[in-house]
Design a protein around this ligand. Structure first.
Ligand code: FAD
Length: 459
């Protein structure tokens, strides 16, 4: 172990947790009563409830409602300390993790490590699509998206050329999984209901909304029956759903796809393009896999042992979207249960009197999944039970109220949110200049960092 690495408390077992998302935060909470010190590191200062990101993008909730401060969440947990910074290096053999925030850096020593750094967007090798079709993984993404959706309508108001107005008001969403479907449904609701009568030179309901996917059905994880129901609901909202449609190009003005059956290529002129089609694990996955002598899969996920440890490292756990085990899906429950499992094993290891199995296999309990399609309409799959429509919407609503009230303890927020869901008006449609220009500035910042790293290497 590196001698000069930082440890919060001389001799107590030190657990470093990378990521304060679903997996990491659940692990920290499960270690509350264990005889350990915990350092939780996240490059963001908030825990993000990703399943509601599309609601930020379409004005249903404000950013803060789904992104509580991690420091405040952990304030009451005496054995946990939060560090806001990006993990730039992990050394499994030396048992160190290096963190950086705007030039400030520190290397932490660990006894146990839980890596839960999640996943980002994947463009399946076509990273240049990202410039014109951003994904939706972070608050920045959702706010930028909200800005481009609202700005499209504002530009249309100023446009006298019918063809250009049609292009401005054409939205293409790539990827018909839960995120794509939910986002599509909400853009349709915005155009058809929220903006109805709000513009003087055009009817917002004339906006064209396309949902494309290379798969033969929408919502593949929900099965054929619910997929068909979801598709019908979207079509009733005016969405043009195109399946077996493999996107081959995205540029500033259009999206091109190939029909997988007829091989025919079609180009859709579109002002707003959104990518929700694939995920790639955090680059930390590759770093860990290389050091542990295991091979990351195509999405960069780390294959883990049955107890969620990696290779020969019995003190290193990888959980959530970064892990690859038994084809488990990248969903919140897998991450939460994985985090809790790793914590349970660490707690047993530090408790000398514990007789528990310290390498117990992770046993995932599938609690089901749900997706909202539109107002009063959702799909739910729980084991063999499947239902759709209003009852599913009520179930979906119940779960989200539990989240909003339980997490932030703010019933008023939940009431406000339900009001937004049911009424025509949305309380969070403001856009700022920052959101309009943010991506260019962030891109410039990233390339500056890359250049600096390149120069440092060359020296
Ligand atoms: C738009 C969207 C909608 C979704 N909807 C659903 C849904 O309805 N139901 C469902 O079950 N699942 C849903 N998911 C998937 C679910 O959110 C993920 O499976 C879950 O968040 C995975 O948890 P995790 O802990 O592995 O990663 P995350 O929750 O993503 O947390 C990872 C954390 O690590 C931090 N991090 C990453 N790299 C570094 C670094 N180098 N240094 C420091 N910190 C780092 C990140 O900032 C982040 O806070 C959705 C995902 C998205 C993007």
């Amino acid at each position: 172990m590196a001698e000069n690495a930082f440890r919060p408390n001389g001799s107590r077992h030190h657990v470093v947790v990378i990521g304060a998302g679903f997996g990491g935060l659940n692990a920290v909470k499960a270690l509350k009563n264990a005889d350990v010190d915990i350092t939780v590191i996240d490059k963001k200062n908030h825990h993000l409830f990703q399943p509601m990101l599309y609601q930020v993008a379409t004005g249903l909730v404000s950013a803060g409602e789904i992104a509580p401060s991690t420091r405040q969440i952990l304030r009451g947990q005496d054995n946990a300390n939060f560090v806001n910074g990006e993990v730039t290096d992990i050394q499994l053999e030396e048992q160190t993790v290096t963190v950086e925030l705007d030039g400030a850096t520190r290397t932490y020593g660990f006894d146990s490590l839980i890596v839960a750094a999640g996943a980002g967007q994947s463009y399946f090798g076509n990273d240049h699509f990202a410039e014109f079709a951003p994904g939706m993984k972070t608050l920045d993404d959702a706010l930028e998206l909200r800005s481009s959706i609202v700005t499209a309508f504002e530009k249309a108001e100023l446009c006298d050329d019918p063809a250009e107005r049609e292009r401005l008001l054409t939205f293409v969403i790539v990827g018909a999984g839960p995120t794509g479907v939910e986002l599509t449904g909400q853009i349709a609701e915005l155009a058809n209901r929220s903006f109805e009568g709000a513009y003087s030179t055009f009817a917002p309901g004339s906006a064209k909304i396309y949902l494309l996917d290379g798969a033969p059905q929408v919502l593949p994880p929900f099965g054929k029956r619910l997929g068909r129901k979801a598709q019908r609901t979207l079509e009733k909202l005016g969405v043009d759903v195109r399946l077996n449609a493999m996107v081959t190009n995205v540029d500033a003005d259009s999206v091109t796809y190939k029909d997988m059956k007829s091989e025919q290529e079609t180009t859709i002129e579109a002002g707003v393009k959104i990518w929700s089609a694939g995920v790639a694990a955090s680059p930390l996955g590759k770093l860990i896999a290389e050091q542990a002598g295991v091979e990351a899969d195509r999405a960069g996920r780390v294959p883990v042992n049955a107890d969620l440890t990696v290779g020969e490292y019995s003190n290193v756990y990888v959980v959530g979207d970064m892990m690859s085990l038994d084809r488990l899906p990248g969903v919140a429950q897998v991450a939460m249960q994985g985090g809790a499992h790793a914590a349970k094993l660490i707690a047993a290891k530090v408790d000398e009197e514990s007789t528990a199995d310290k390498a117990e296999a992770f046993d995932y309990f599938d609690k089901g999944s749900m997706a909202i399609i539109s107002r009063f309409n959702a799909v739910v799959k729980m084991g063999k039970s499947e239902f759709a429509g209003f009852p599913a919407w009520l179930a979906w609503l119940g779960l989200h109220i539990v989240y909003l009230v339980g997490f932030r303890n703010r019933a008023l927020v939940a009431i406000n949110w339900i009001g937004n869901l049911i009424s025509r008006d949305r309380g969070n449609l403001e856009i700022t200049q920052q959101q309009r220009v943010a991506r260019n500035v962030l891109d410039a910042q990233d390339s500056k960092k890359d250049n600096e790293k390149g120069k440092a290497k060359d020296k």
